[in-house]
Design a binder for this molecule. Structure first.
Ligand code: KIV
Ligand code: ZN
Length: 390
């Protein structure tokens, strides 16, 4: 039998509703959470981390209802290393067709100091809590929080304990976005090679974006043998956010030649969910955000627009429809050239000759110098007096 790390399929674990919602100010209403979970399920996300049931009555209700309404996705809830948390989590997820309990504890020296547990005491706690979760549910994920700053020997020891206690997925979080791609790959690879029982579980990668490397680190972890990527829509999440779902899905699709793994996500649903998450969380998407930013498929410079009109592949590595956009956007501004203006006029219903185009182009440039973006109405006004609609 091939080990999970040799398989092509990478599971997508979305934590928009848990880690994403932990982002200060990103709180969503009950109805909004149900809507986002429905969209995630529909687009083929394998596992939805629906919330942290012990955190509040509202979170418990949301996770419970998401679980009850789930169709294909595994529904997961988060729980600290405590029986009370785990029981509450199980109560919330148990009505799902495919429930999962995700329990975690901070294993790095900084995190161990908070509950003031010795290494042995923490090891014992991991054994007890993972065993307890496994007695409730046959799908248990365990995370050593701040894994990337945990001593290597202790990380191996705790992962081994969690596997022996029944964890089916081991998530390796880069909680503070501290790692870099080579280290991310080798950490997973070495864990799989070293820890007894590692070949019986799936390893997951959970990266934060504090140094802007979350997507690169997640993909590197997959190269190292991880077969579950934890991510959020628009990269929503604590501080600088988490790995962005749209980035890993599209990177695996567009560069399949060098990233030979697949996901089950229907990428044409990306733009819609991105906009909904932005609206309900109140977090705007930055204009130049990869894949889903307003400018990700927009072109203003003359050279680029000319290239795009001749062959879209000159300046686009993916088709807009692959992410659910109708078309690329040739933005009319001071950098635009004659070819783009002619094309725009054609779309607006004006077929004009070279001389007229020359005249309109001069006036268009003068206007574009005064305005950041020249809209369709501006262009219609510009040509209205001198040119007859075709
Ligand atoms: O970043 C992190 O370590 C987490 C854990 C709870 C998995 O979100
Ligand atoms: Zn996290």
């Amino acid at each position: 039998m091939t080990h999970a790390s040799e398989q092509d399929r990478v599971l997508i674990f979305d934590t928009t509703l848990r880690d994403g919602e932990q982002s200060p100010g990103a709180t969503m209403t009950h109805t909004e959470k149900l809507e986002i979970a429905g969209l995630l399920d529909e687009m083929g996300v394998d596992i939805i981390e629906a919330g942290f049931p012990i955190a509040s009555e509202g979170d418990f209700k949301a996770v419970s209802e998401i679980a009850a309404n789930s169709k294909n996705s595994v529904i997961c809830g988060l729980a600290r290393a405590s029986f009370t948390d785990i029981d509450r989590c199980w109560e919330a997820v148990k009505s799902a067709g495919k429930p999962r309990i995700h329990t975690f504890i901070g294993t790095s020296p900084l995190h161990r100091a908070i509950p003031n547990l010795s290494m042995d005491e923490m090891a014992q706690k991991i054994h007890e809590t993972v065993s307890h979760a496994r007695n409730l549910c046959d799908n248990v994920q365990w995370s050593p929080m701040d894994a990337t700053r945990t001593e290597w020997d202790y990380l191996c020891r705790t992962v081994e304990i969690a596997i022996k206690a029944g964890a089916t997925t081991i998530n390796v979080p880069d909680t503070v976005g501290y790692t870099a791609p080579e280290e991310s790959a080798s950490l997973i690879r070495r864990l799989i090679e070293t820890v007894p029982g590692a070949d019986e579980v799936i390893f997951a990668t959970h990266c934060h974006n504090d140094l802007g490397m979350a997507t690169a680190n997640a993909l590197a972890a997959v190269a190292g043998g991880a077969r579950q990527i934890e991510c959020t829509v628009n990269g929503l999440g604590e501080r600088a956010g988490n790995t962005a779902l749209e980035e890993v899905v599209m990177a695996l699709k567009v560069r399949h030649d060098i990233l030979p793994w697949t996901t089950g996500v229907d990428s044409s649903k990306i733009m819609h969910i991105s906009r909904r998450v932005s609206t309900v969380s109140g977090f705007p998407v930055q204009f130049n955000k990869a894949i889903v930013g307003k400018n990700a498929f927009a072109h203003e410079s003359g050279i680029h627009q000319d290239g795009m009109l001749k062959n879209a592949e000159t300046f686009e590595i993916m088709r807009p429809e692959d992410v659910g956009l109708a078309a690329s956007n040739l933005v009319m501004g001071k950098h635009s050239g004659r070819a783009a203006l002619r094309d725009k006029l054609k779309h607006l219903g004006y077929e004009i000759g070279d001389n007229q185009l020359k005249d309109v182009f001069v006036r268009f440039k003068a206007l574009a110098d005064r305005k950041k973006e020249v809209y369709d109405d501006d262009i219609v006004a510009l040509v209205g007096d001198t040119v007859d609609p075709a």
